[in-house]
Structure formats: C-alpha cells, structure tokens
Ligand binder design. Structure first.
Ligand code: MN
Length: 168
C-alpha cells in the first residue's frame, strides 16, 4: 500500500516543486517541523517523522508555549519524509497554492523511550489511542507537548495541540 497515495493524488508534483515522495527510514533521531503556509488561509503545518513518512496536522493558529492555549490541529494526509525540508511557493492553481517556509524544526522524542524503535511504537500507539505526548527540541517549541484527539467533534481527525503544564 502506498502511504503517500492521498498526498500524490492531490498534487501535480511535476509542476509544484514539492517533494515527489518516497518513504525512507533512517536510524537517526526523529525530526519534526512546523511550516508556515500562506495558502488561502495562513496556517501552520505540524509534521512528525514516523515510520518513514511525516504524520501531518494543519493548525489554523500559531503554536503557543502557553499551556492554557489549546489549539486545533487537523490531521491531514501523510507527507513524504523530505517534505520537512521544503520551502518555496506552490504555484497558483495548485493544491495549497502559496508560500511555504519553515517556522520551526528540530528533533523530537517520547518520554521513557530509549531507542528509536521504542519511540516509534509509542507514537504509533498514541496516534491510534488519540493521545500523544512528545518532547520537542526546536528553536521555538521546546518541552513536552500534547496532541489529544477530540471525540464527537463535527470535523473528523480534529485534535488539540498544546504545551504540557510543567510541574513546579
Ligand atoms: Mn498546509
């Protein structure tokens, strides 16, 4: 099964300059990226490397470091791993037309997971169960963040993204 089927079906990749898409599994630490995307509506695309693709969430608001600010994150189709490096302008008339630039990036990890394999397992379980806690090591986003899936919400694949309250 091609996990990037939806990604490819939405785009004319020969024309947009976006990554063509293949799944690559590296042994290194997992990366995350947040891309500022000036499409019809400005939004932030939060992407987490997981099992050779980027799990992706579109966030209408700027990610916040304030634990009280819980923002909507809509899960969208998996993106190819090299999309994390993409910056540029998706041409007019194409899916997601507009400027894309990297807002933040870095490694991410899962607490109590010592190996990449353990991390991948924890992430897989978290995505399935609708509760994922991750530690982001970005320039802007640092610390533990939570993604929690909203139940009984009109729009499917709606999650909330927020910084976890650190115990003082
Ligand atoms: Mn986008």
């Amino acid at each position: 099964m091609d996990r990037l089927k939806e990604y490819k079906s939405k785009r004319k990749l020969a024309e947009t300059g976006e990554p063509k898409g293949k799944t690559i599994t590296s042994e290194e630490e997992l990366n995350f990226v947040v891309q500022e995307h000036h499409a019809t509506h400005l939004h932030y695309d939060f992407r987490l490397e997981h099992k050779g693709v980027l799990k992706s969430f579109a966030m209408p608001k700027t990610p916040s470091l304030n634990p009280a600010e819980k923002h909507l994150a809509i899960m969208v189709e998996d993106h190819p791993i090299d999309y994390q490096y993409f910056e540029g302008v998706i041409p007019e008339g194409h899916y997601g037309a507009g400027k894309v630039k990297i807002w933040d990036k870095g490694k991410y990890s899962v607490k109590n997971a010592d190996t990449r394999n353990d991390s991948e397992k924890a992430i897989q379980a978290g995505l399935k169960n609708g509760l994922l806690e991750i530690v982001l090591h970005g320039k802007k986003l640092k610390g533990t963040f939570v993604l929690v899936k909203m139940k009984n919400f009109a729009q499917k694949d709606s999650w909330l993204f927020f910084k976890k309250q650190e115990k003082s």
